[in-house]
Design a protein around this ligand. Structure first.
Ligand code: R5P
Length: 320
C-alpha cells in the first residue's frame, strides 16, 4: 500500500471548518489575548503565576486539560526576562494536551541584531529564532525588521507569517492629516514608506541616515525636498527606540521650513525619554500601533492578528 501525506492547497484549505485555538498569554499580556479571543470567538485560558522566594517562577494553566491547538500571545519588548516564562508556558501547554503550540508575537525582538558587528558576537536574531523554533509550531508576527536577513524563513525553522501594517498606517494618515507627504528617515524604511504612501494616496521621500551610536544619528535631506512645500511631513518607521532618528528628522524638516511633522511607527519600543525627545524637537504628535502597549497607541492591529492566527491554525490542522 502506498503511504500518502495529507496536503492542502490554499483553495481546499478554505473549505475546512475553522479551527479555534485556545489563547494563552504571559501574565502581563492578558489584555491582548482577551481582545484576540474576542475578535476570533476563541477562548482564553487564564494562567496563574507564582514566584518562589528564590526568584524561580511557576506558571499554571488554570483549567486544564486543553483539547486542541494553542496560540500563546506575548508582547516581546524587553524580551530577556520573558523568554524563560514563554518557553515554560509552551511546555506546560503541551504537557496538558495542546496538539500544537503557536506563538503570536506582534513585535519580534532581536531582528535588528542581524549581523556580527564585532568579533565574538552571535547573530542574535538567528540565535533567538533557533530557540523559538525548538519550542513552537508556528509564528505570527507584525512587520519584523527585515534588513540583512530578508525573510523570516532564513532563520526560523517553523512556518512563519509576517503581517504588514502599511495599509492601516496609510488609512490612519489619510483620515487624520490634510495634504501629507510621507518621510522615511533612512533607506531601511523605504519598504514601509512606499507602501504607507500608496495607502495614504500621498507622495513619499526617503532620507539618508548615518548612525554613529545608540543615540547619535545624523540625517541628510535630499536637494529636491522643496517640491513638498505646502504639505505636512509624516515620518514613518518600523521602530522608535531612543527616538533619536525621529527627533533628528523632525528638527531638520522644521529648519527647512516645513510645518510640525507627525511621527508614526509600527512598534512603540520607546526607551525612557524617547517621546519627550521627539516632542521636544517639535513633532506635532507621536502615534503607534498596539504591537507594544504604549500611551501613543492609536492604530489597532487586533483584527489583523486574529485573522492571521485563524488562517495559521487552519493550515496546521489541514496538514495533520
Ligand atoms: C533601524 O533601522 C530602525 O528602522 C529604526 O530606524 C531605529 O530602530 C530607530 O531607533 P532610534 O529611535 O533609537 O533612533
Amino acid at each position: 500500500m502506498t503511504q500518502t501525506t495529507k496536503r492542502s492547497s490554499p483553495t481546499n484549505m478554505l473549505q475546512l471548518p475553522p479551527v479555534r485555538p485556545t489563547f494563552l498569554s504571559l501574565p502581563g499580556d492578558r489584555l491582548l489575548a482577551s481582545r484576540l479571543g474576542g475578535a476570533s470567538g476563541c477562548s482564553v485560558l487564564p494562567i496563574a503565576s507564582h514566584v518562589f522566594p528564590d526568584g524561580e517562577s511557576c506558571l499554571r494553566l488554570c483549567a486544564p486539560p486543553i483539547t486542541g491547538d494553542v496560540a500563546i500571545v506575548a508582547m516581546l519588548r524587553d524580551p530577556e526576562p520573558k523568554l524563560a516564562e514563554l518557553l515554560l508556558l509552551a511546555e506546560a501547554a503541551r504537557q496538558w494536551g495542546a496538539i500544537s503550540v503557536g506563538l503570536v508575537a506582534p513585535y519580534l525582538p532581536f531582528m535588528r541584531q542581524d549581523a556580527v558587528m564585532q568579533v565574538g558576537e552571535a547573530v542574535t536574531a538567528r540565535s533567538f529564532a533557533k530557540i523559538i523554533s525548538r519550542s513552537f509550531d508556528w509564528l505570527v508576527t507584525i512587520d519584523p525588521h527585515l534588513h540583512r536577513i530578508q525573510r523570516l524563513s532564513e532563520i526560523y525553522r517553523i512556518p512563519t507569517r509576517a503581517l504588514h501594517t502599511a495599509p492601516l498606517l496609510g488609512q490612519w494618515i489619510a483620515k487624520n492629516v490634510d495634504q501629507p507627504f510621507i518621510v522615511g528617515p533612512d533607506v531601511e524604511s523605504r519598504q514601509w514608506a512606499d507602501d504607507i504612501a500608496a495607502s495614504a494616496h500621498a507622495p513619499a521621500v526617503v532620507l539618508n541616515k548615518t548612525r554613529r551610536g545608540d543615540a547619535q544619528v545624523s540625517i541628510r535631506l535630499p536637494d529636491d525636498l522643496d517640491q513638498f512645500q505646502g504639505r505636512v511631513p509624516v515620518l514613518v518607521d518600523d521602530i522608535i527606540s531612543t527616538g533619536t532618528t525621529m527627533a533628528a528628522t523632525v528638527s531638520q524638516l522644521i529648519d527647512h521650513g516645513f510645518p510640525a511633522p507627525l511621527c508614526v511607527a509600527v512598534h512603540a519600543v520607546f526607551s525612557p525619554g524617547a517621546v519627550d525627545a521627539i516632542e521636544g524637537a517639535g513633532a506635532r504628535c507621536v502615534v503607534s500601533t498596539n504591537t507594544i502597549a504604549h500611551i501613543t497607541n492609536r492604530i489597532d492591529v487586533t483584527p489583523l492578528l486574529a485573522s492571521a492566527v485563524s488562517r495559521q491554525t487552519r493550515r496546521i490542522a489541514a496538514l495533520r
